[in-house]
Write a protein that binds this ligand. Sequence first.
Ligand SMILES: Cc1ncc(COP(=O)(O)O)c(C=O)c1O
Length: 365
Amino acid sequence: MLKEFKDQFHKDTLRLHLNNAGLAPISRAARDRILYWGNRFYEEGFYTDADYVADIFHTRQSLAKLIGCDHSEIAFFQSTAGAISQLCFHFPLKAGDEVLTWNQEYASNLYPWQEACKRAGANLVLVESGERLSTPVEKLIAAITDKTKMIAISWLQFQTGARTDIKALSKITKEKDIFLFVDVMQGLGLHEFNMKEWGVDAVAGGSHKWLVSPVGVGYFALDSKHMNMIRPHNVGAYTFGTCDDPADLFCMPKKDALKFEAGSKQVLEITALGASVDLILKTGVKTIETEVLRLSTRLAEGLRHLGFDVHHNGSAHVNFVPKNDSADKLKSLPCNFAVRGPGLRLSPHAFNTDEQIERVLQTLK
Ligand SMILES: Cc1ncc(COP(=O)(O)O)c(C=O)c1O
C-alpha cells in the first residue's frame, strides 16, 4: 500500500517538497477530482446538483472515519481559524472564566480564543511549555483551577511537532467537567486519532498539510452531546434547510453540525479533500506514520551527525538550528522549509524518499 501511496504524487525532478507541515503537494486523486468537477460544472452546470451534494456527503463520511466521529458531527469551513471561531465565539464563556492553552500555539488557535475571551471578560491562560518547547500534559493539568472552563490546544505543535497526551488530558477534563478542544491540523492523517474514544469534545483542522489536499477547507467536529449548546456563527439558508426551501422566519435550525454551514460550499476543494482522505484510509494511517517516522528519524539523526541542534518529537517535524549558510544551501537544491521557533523546520511526508533525505544531508554537510 505504501508504494501505491507514493505513486499518487507528482515525481518532481526539480524540487524537493519537505515543508509538508506547511503546505503539502496534493495527491493525484485530489487533482483528478478537481478536474472532474471542473469539467462537469463546465459542461453541465445546474444538472450536477444532486451529484456534487452526494460527493460532499462522501467527504464528510470519510473524514468522520479519520477523526473518529459521526458524519453528522462535522461541518466545513474555509480554514481552521474559521472552524475554531465557530466554537470559541459561541461557547458559553462568562466573565472570570479561564481558557487554557499552550504559550506556543499557532495563531489560528490563539487569536480566536484571545478575542473570545476579550469579548466575554474571560481570561486566556498561556501555559508555559516545558524544556525545548515540549508540551508535558502535567503542566496543563497543574494550571487547571476551578475557573477553567475550556482547554483549547493543538495536538501537535507547529514548530517542533511536540505532542500533548490527549488521552491523559481528557481523563481530567471529563472528571472536572472542562470542555476539551483540540486543533488536530498538525497530526490528523499522520498519526492515529479518535475523537470519541479519546474523550475529546471538539476538534478543528484544515486540508492542506498531512491530508494532501488543496488549501481552502477547514473542518469542525463537535460531539453531538454539545450540539444544542453551540449556536451557528454564520447564518444563512443552509442553517435551516436548502436553497429550495421558502424563507420562513419561524423555522428551526438543523439539529446536527450542518447548521454551522450557512450556505454554498467549496465543492472543488471539499471533494478533493475527500479523495485524499480516501487514499489515506486505504493506505492506512499506521503505514503512513511508520514511513514518515522512518524518513524523519533518518533526517534528524543525519542532521545531528552533522553537528546541528535538532528538535524531533516522534513525528514528521524536524526542526534544526541552522548554521550561517544552511537556508541558502536548502534554497539552492531547491528544497522548501519553514523558519519556525528554534530554527528551520523540515517535515517529510510518506511520499518523500530516502534519496531526497540523503540529498538534503549531503547539501548541508
Ligand atoms: C496547529 C495549526 N492549526 C492551524 C493551522 C492552519 O490554520 P488556518 O487553516 O486557519 O490557516 C496551522 C498551520 O498553518 C497549524 O499549524
